[in-house]
Design a protein around this ligand. Structure first.
Ligand code: HT7
Ligand code: ZN
Length: 874
């Protein structure tokens, strides 16, 4: 496969002003009539009159130039292109293609899901519909006419506003949609089906009434309210916080069961994976509700950050994704608990993005090359991209950042631009120089800050000596120091934050400072510090970096109970638990577990004056995935064993406190989604899980009654998970059967049922995973089902996946080879756990490599999987 380079970017030779589409939808295929009004791009230096259009899996029926049908000699169809050697400066090109949505298992372009037609065009799906310059810097006005059988497809949707509809012969009908905003083809969408419509409305800040509609399968009609409310909250928030008003008269959301990712921000017609939009108290957990709210907001926010201002090319993907994730994170923090949101985001980043940044697929936030763009919808583009925008926000402060975003939207409305344009707008609005900061977009790898300190009692000076390195990554060595906002605080022995005076005569100094790290080594002096303080470093996780500072356990215990920064308070607890677990890895079971850990957890459980949302997070031990990420040559069974020992020890030692915590957080009254209520459920379910882990019979009775009587899915699934991870075999089987019996007709709940088993070490051993794949409810064509079994097994059930006999690796390789033919995007994503082979002890790494080689050797391997496997083996 060919590698595409950012350095080879050229403006398009031809532009499209208008595209008129007519879709004839049938059961055995679809005919697509497209008429493009095109002209030569005055900015293009490309010589000649050669027109190249992209196409994939198309059957070409005819081509006409300015109304004249072209004979086959006048054009060439090869290597995914339609080439017409000689076109005038301005012309109309009509192309008719035949496609087969019913056989489209890749879920790119136009396909069928549960009997409905739907599309996914980002990044390069539009070329599976018709020949087109399928690149985001070609922006056109779309007019779309859809024709289909009225009975089977009463609802016909596309982008923009409906402008015409009517009846046709043979029980068919049509609707025409017009989108007034020029857009790239990746934002095109079409939906046709027998769908229930839910309606609401929103009045914008300027008084315009927007028609809001959700379209779902009739059985899901009762699961729309939460997403609709989340949409309205998002619309209001974007007006208030970013001054962004919605621009069309109608905004639609559609839920589809078969979808490669979470959702898609098509202009005016967002399409969602059902699992990311449908919810009810009975069927969705708190985490699902929060995810839905964040994704609805994310897709809505794209209307400005992505659609009105879009990407020039796919190297700029983080321009829209990083910025939009930042916006949705701000929104979630505003409507929920900001500290908890920050903890969740930093956990994902440190566990998974840091691993990506240290692995074979490491790439900058603005990559310099790719083979298959679908492989670059990564944690680096999304989550690290978010952190980069957040750092600009930290450096500029909220007012100047808002000035910068206003300037960016105003300056580039209707354009396809670059990450550099974004940074430039921030610079111009703030007067700050962000030239060194731009390295965050260019250099891959997670910077490491090594911090030393010294206290000069005589002068009352405390010094922080900070050294910065950026590790080598594939294709990048000898990197330059980056510009890092490093938030710090200092605590005295009573836990009071100290003023941070940078000179002897600075008065009223703040108690928190964002230090700007720009060099390879820098020293910061704080004056008036009489006693050695405890430093609180990288507060609120102010930059996506690793910090090395030799905290003692005493200091961590101190920060855990005194730090005024909620994030660092939580982080101190994590560091302490990690230190204790790591000290047990590879040791025999006689080695003592530091009693101070139990003491700290006891305080957390007993002190009801603490923020319970924070306590709920603090009680969660660091995951096995994070422990692996921190290890040099990870030995998963030993890590698992050490973590289990700590968990068991804590649960045995704190049995009474856990039972009391469980009882204290019994919730009476209606189910609520407030941060307090969510924290209460989380604490209860953590306590229950720990107690069942140690085979507590009293807790077993609590779990069974919670499972049976729960009025919400968080508690029901919490009890089920606790039972699945317990040693109570009979009760576990009974609960799993009862759960399936009750929810078998709800695909989203069945997905949870699969993943609770596949992610559990107690249950999810390979024979059982194979058994799940044979289950009636499992469907290889549905990405959610594949993720819920195979993804959960390889991504979360580490000791089973890393079975020393290598069976987990062989299994995953078989699955990837199988999926490579039907859905290469999903296959390429599933390979990820194998690509980390260098991270593991040699006996494991070798077998992981062998599994990768068996994928590499498959005949006809897709470009998607080839890129990931090839780079991992290099
Ligand atoms: N912008 C959307 C990306 C997306 C996607 C990409 C590749 C293949 C399938 C896809 N479905 C959606 C989602 C988002 O970030 O908002
Ligand atoms: Zn997005």
């Amino acid at each position: 496969p060919q590698t595409i380079y950012l350095s080879e970017y050229q403006v398009p030779a031809y532009l499209v002003d208008q595209i008129d589409l007519r879709f004839e939808l049938f059961e055995d295929g679809a005919r697509v009539h497209s008429t493009l009004t095109m002209r030569r791009n005055p900015e293009s230096g490309a010589p000649g009159q050669r027109l190249e259009l992209d196409g994939d899996s198309l059957i070409l029926e005819s081509v006409a130039l300015d109304g004249q049908t072209l004979i086959p000699d006048a054009y060439e169809e090869a290597d995914g292109k339609l080439v017409i050697a000689d076109v005038p400066g301005q012309f109309e090109l009509s192309v008719v293609t035949w496609i087969e949505p019913q056989n489209n298992t890749r879920l790119e372009g136009l396909y069928k899901s549960s009997g409905m037609f739907c599309t996914q065009c980002e990044a390069e799906g539009f070329r599976c519909i018709t020949y087109y310059p399928d690149r985001p810097d070609v922006m056109a006005r779309f007019r779309t006419r859809i024709e289909a059988d009225r009975q089977s497809y009463p609802v016909l949707l596309s982008n923009g506003n409906p402008v015409e509809q009517g009846e046709l012969e043979n029980g068919r009908h049509f609707v025409t949609w017009e989108d007034p905003f020029p857009k790239p083809a990746y934002l095109f969408a079409l939906v046709a089906g027998d769908l229930t419509e839910k309606r609401d409305s929103f009045t914008t800040c300027s008084g315009r009434e927007i028609d809001l509609r959700m379209y779902v399968e009739p059985r899901n009609a009762e699961k729309c309210d939460f997403a609709m409310d989340a949409l309205k909250r998002s619309m209001r928030w974007d007006e208030e916080v970013y001054g962004r008003e919605y621009d069309l008269d109608i905004f639609m959301i559609v839920a589809v069961d078969d979808f490669n990712m979470g959702a898609m921000e098509n202009k005016g017609l967002n399409i969602f994976n059902s699992s990311c939009v449908l919810a009810s108290q009975d069927t969705a957990t708190d985490a699902t509700f929060q995810r839905i709210e964040a994704i609805v907001a994310h897709e809505y926010f794209h209307n400005w950050s992505g659609n009105r201002v879009t990407c020039r090319d796919w190297f700029q993907l983080s321009l829209k994704e990083g910025f939009t994730v930042f916006r949705d994170a701000q929104f979630s923090a505003d409507v929920g608990s900001p500290t908890v949101k920050r903890i969740e985001d930093a956990t994902l980043l440190r566990t998974a993005q840091f691993a990506e940044d240290a692995g074979p697929m490491a790439h900058p936030v603005r990559p310099a090359s790719y083979m298959e763009i679908a492989n670059f919808y990564t944690l680096t583009i999304y989550e690290k991209g978010e952190e980069v925008v957040r750092m600009i926000h930290n450096l500029l402060g909220p007012e100047l950042f808002r000035k910068g975003s206003d300037l960016y939207f105003e300056r580039h409305d209707g354009q396809a631009v670059t990450t550099d344009d974004f940074v430039k707008a921030m610079e111009d609005a703030s007067g700050r120089d962000l030239s060194q900061f731009r390295l965050w977009y260019e250099q891959a790898g997670t910077p490491v800050l090594t911090v030393e300190d010294e206290h000069d009692a005589e002068q009352g000076i405390y010094r922080l000596i900070i050294r910065q390195t950026v590790p080598d990554t594939p294709g990048q060595t000898n990197k330059k120091p980056q510009h890092i906002p490093f938030a710090v605080g200092l605590l005295d022995e009573h836990g009071q934050v100290l003023p941070l005076a940078l000179t002897a005569d600075e008065h009223n100094a703040p108690t928190e400072r964002v230090l700007e790290i720009t060099g390879a080594e820098q020293v910061f002096e704080f004056h008036g510090i009489e006693e050695p303080p405890v430093p609180s470093l990288l507060r609120d996780f102010s930059a996506p970096v690793r910090v090395r500072y030799p905290y003692t356990r005493e200091q961590l215990l101190f920060l855990m109970s005194h730090d005024t920064d909620g994030f660092n308070r939580w982080d101190a607890g994590q560091k302490l638990a990690i230190d204790v677990i790591e000290s047990l890895v590879g040791e025999d079971d006689g080695k003592e577990i530091d009693p101070r850990l139990v003491g700290a957890y006891r305080t957390l459980l007993n002190d009801t004056s603490l923020d319970q949302a924070l306590v709920a997070k603090m009680l969660q031990l660091p995951s096995e995935n994070y422990l692996v990420e921190l290890a040099d040559e990870a030995d998963v069974p030993s890590i698992h064993h050490a973590r289990e020992r700590v968990l068991q020890h804590l649960a045995v030692s704190l049995r009474e406190e856990l039972l009391a915590c469980y009882q204290r957080h019994q919730q009476a009254g209606d189910y609520q989604l407030t941060p307090e209520a969510i924290a209460g459920r989380s604490l209860r379910n953590t306590a229950l899980g720990w107690l069942l882990h140690i085979g507590d019979v009293e807790a077993l009775a609590l779990a069974r009654s919670q499972f049976e009587q729960a009025d919400n899915m968080t508690d029901r699934l919490g009890a089920l998970r606790a039972l699945v991870n317990s040693g109570f075999d009979k009760e576990r089987t009974e609960a799993l059967d009862a759960f399936y019996e009750r929810f078998q007709n709800d695909p989203q709940v069945v997905e949870m049922w699969f993943s609770v088993q596949a992610a559990s070490f107690k249950m999810g051993q390979l024979p059982h995973i194979r058994h799940l794949l044979e289950h009636d409810a499992f469907d290889w064509k549905n990405p959610n089902k594949v993720r819920s079994v195979v993804g959960a097994f390889a991504g979360q059930n580490l000791p089973a996946f890393h079975n020393p006999d290598g069976s987990g690796y062989g299994f995953l390789a078989d699955v990837v080879r199988r999926l490579d033919d039907s859905n290469p995007q999903i296959a390429a994503r599933l390979v990820t756990p194998l690509t980390r082979w260098k991270k593991f002890a040699p006996a494991y790494g070798r077998q992981m490599r062998t599994a990768l080689e068996s994928i590499r050797d498959k005949k006809g391997l897709s470009k998607d999987v080839y890129e990931v496997v090839y780079k991992s083996l290099a």
